[in-house]
Design a protein around this ligand. Structure first.
Ligand code: NAI
Ligand code: MG
Length: 338
C-alpha cells in the first residue's frame, strides 16, 4: 500500500530537514505518494498567501501532513499559520513524546508523553482593553474558554493513548484550587474519565506549579501528562529541556479527520541554508506519523535508527556538539535502516 501524505517543507531550515526526513522514511521500505504543498513565507513569496487553499485541500484529501517549521513574522504581518491549521482541522490534541536519547545529560531515562489541549483555554485569544479615564489601555481582560466536550475529548484521548501504547499512568494537571470553574471543570471531567479506566490505567492529578517542580525533582514519576492549552505549552518546553532541548523534540497535532506531524523547533533562520541543521526532531515526528498510520514497527525502527546514529555511531550535528552536516546525519540514519 502507498500512503498519500501532504508534505509542507516550510521555511528556513525546513526544506533541508524535510529532505533528510523523506529519505529516511523511504529507507524504511514503505511506499509514499508525497503531495508537496506550500505554507508560511515560502507560500507568501509564491502566492501572496501564507496558507493557500491548495494546501488546505491537500490535507483534507490525505488526512496526514508532515510539516517543516513555518516562519511567523513578529508584530504585524500575517497570523500564525500553525494556529490557523489547528483551527481549520480541529486538531484538538498536541502530543509531544520526550525520551532521553543522548546519555550523560542531567537526567537519565526520561520517557514522558505530554498531551496538550490545542484549541481552548486562554489561547482562544478573546481579549480586550478596558479604558479608565483617559487611559484607553488601563485594564486588559482575557477570556479562558474550557468546555466539557473539549475537556472530555482530550482527557479520553490521553487515556486511550496510554492503553494503546502500553503506558501505566495518566496525570492530569490543573489549577483548580484557584481557577475553580475554568480548571475545576477540567478536573471534574478527569475524575469521571479516570473512573472508567480504573484497574487498567492509574490516574492522579497535580496542581500546575507543583507539577513544574516535580518534573525537575522526580521526573521518573511521570508517564502520560494531560493538561489545558497554556499549561501544556509551558510544560512541554520544560519537558523538552529534560531530554536535551528542542533539536530532539517531535510533536503531533491530532484531530478526528486530520493529523499534522512536525518538529517542536522553528525555522532557525540563523543556520538556514548552511546544511548544518539537525533533522532528528522532524525524523522523530515522522516516526510518530508512522505509528499513527498503523505502522508501529516501522515507527520504532525509524526512531531507533535516529538514536543509534546519534548514540552508537556518534554522528552528531553541531547543536549536539558534533560536526556532521544535515546530509551526513541523514546518511547515517538511512544506513541504519538498510
Ligand atoms: P527556533 O526553534 O527556530 O530557533 C531557536 C534556536 O535553536 C536557534 O539558535 C536555532 O538555530 C536552533 N535550532 C532550532 N532548530 C534546530 C535544528 N533542527 N538544528 C539545529 N539548531 C536548531 O526558534 P525561533 O528563532 O524563536 O523562531 C524562528 C521562527 O520559527 C519564527 O518565525 C517562529 O515563529 C517560527 N516557529 C515556527 C514553529 C513551527 O512552525 N511549528 C515553532 C516555533 C517557531
Ligand atoms: Mg510553545
Amino acid at each position: 500500500m502507498t500512503y498519500a501524505i501532504t508534505l509542507i517543507p516550510g521555511d528556513g531550515i525546513g526544506p533541508e530537514i524535510t529532505d533528510a526526513t523523506v529519505r529516511a522514511l523511504e529507507a524504511t521500505g514503505l511506499s509514499f505518494a508525497w503531495d508537496r504543498q506550500l505554507g508560511g513565507m515560502a507560500a507568501v513569496d509564491a502566492h501572496g498567501d501564507p496558507l493557500p487553499d491548495a494546501t488546505i485541500d491537500s490535507i483534507r484529501r490525505t488526512g496526514v501532513a508532515l510539516k517543516g517549521p513555518l516562519t511567523t513574522p513578529v508584530g504585524g504581518g500575517y497570523r500564525s499559520v500553525n494556529v490557523a491549521l489547528r483551527r481549520e482541522f480541529q486538531l484538538f490534541a498536541n502530543v509531544r513524546p520526550a525520551r532521553t536519547i543522548v546519555p550523560g545529560g542531567r537526567y537519565e531515562d526520561i520517557d514522558i508523553v505530554l498531551v496538550r489541549e490545542n484549541l481552548e483555554g486562554l489561547y482562544v485569544g478573546v481579549e480586550h482593553f478596558v479604558p479608565v479615564g483617559d487611559d484607553p489601555r488601563a485594564v486588559a481582560e482575557s477570556l479562558a474558554i474550557v468546555t466539557r466536550v473539549g475537556s472530555e475529548r482530550i482527557i479520553r484521548y490521553a487515556f486511550e493513548y496510554a492503553l494503546k501504547h502500553g503506558r501505566k499512568k495518566v496525570t492530569t494537571v490543573h489549577k483548580a484550587n484557584i481557577l475553580k470553574m475554568v480548571s475545576g471543570l477540567f478536573l471534574e471531567v478527569h475524575r469521571q474519565v479516570a473512573a472508567e479506566y480504573a484497574g487498567r490505567i492509574e490516574a492522579n492529578d497535580l496542581i500546575i506549579d507543583n507539577c513544574a517542580m516535580q518534573l525537575v525533582l522526580r521526573p521518573e514519576q511521570f508517564d502520560v501528562i494531560v493538561t489545558t492549552n497554556m499549561f501544556g505549552d509551558i510544560l512541554s518546553d520544560e519537558i523538552s529541556g529534560l531530554v536535551g532541548g528542542l533539536g530532539l523534540a517531535p510533536g503531533a497535532n491530532i484531530g478526528s479527520k486530520a493529523a499534522i506531524f512536525e518538529a517542536v523547533h522553528g525555522s532557525a533562520p540563523d543556520i538556514a541554508g548552511k546544511g548544518v541543521a539537525n533533522p532528528s526532531a522532524l525524523m522523530l515526528a515522522a516516526a510518530v506519523m508512522l505509528d499513527h498510520l498503523g505502522e508501529q514497527d516501522h515507527g520504532i525502527r525509524l526512531r531507533s535508527a535516529v538514536e543509534q546514529a546519534i548514540v552508537a555511531d556518534k554522528v552528531r550535528t553541531r547543536d549536539l556538539g558534533g560536526s556532521a552536516s544535515t546530509r551526513e546525519f541523514g546518511d547515517a540514519v538511512v544506513a541504519r535502516l538498510r
